[in-house]
Design a protein around this ligand. Sequence first.
Ligand code: SF4
Length: 192
Amino acid sequence: MTEFCPVLWPEEPTPEDQINCCKCGLDQHGSRMIWGEGNPEAPIMIILDNPGAREDREGNSIVCGTRQTLQKAAIEVGLTMEDLYVTFILKRRPVRAYEKEKTRQTCMMHLDQQLMAKKPELILCLGNVAVQSFFQDPEAEVKKLRGTIHQVQGYPTAVGYHPLAVRRRPNLWSTFAEDWKLVAEHYQNKLT
Ligand code: SF4
């Protein structure tokens, strides 16, 4: 059996007119802005809470645990990088305490811009933070919403656990894999 090997997906550059965004103050945390990665024209958009580590201490690019687990699930259900674009509620990685709700609401303007431009056929929100922000419901939870396709902001949307939660609790893997299977089946049915 071929062993799974995570790879670096190409990063979509942040648009020039957004690269110096300082609207919420997270720019003061010193982390760079990550617009998204994968195929910018992909039919399926994955929404995570915020970018994780992307470079090691020496500045070499790394595939963090979140992205490794995400890629593994995608491959298992037959999806490739060409099918997927990954982006975030917050485009910068917070490194200390911040006003969570206000910051997420502010940064969502970038996600709105991406949705308008990309018009994905299907969305997969991973983790409670992404789900609560995108569903605009502070009570929304993955465990209550997973297993079916919802219509959110006009987009067919599935939900799943955050890949980091799956890494910490390996017993969530089968549930995570089921959620990816739902996405793959929904997408493939649209193609036939
Ligand atoms: S997190 Fe979002 S809103 Fe805040 S400074 Fe960065 S890009 Fe702008």
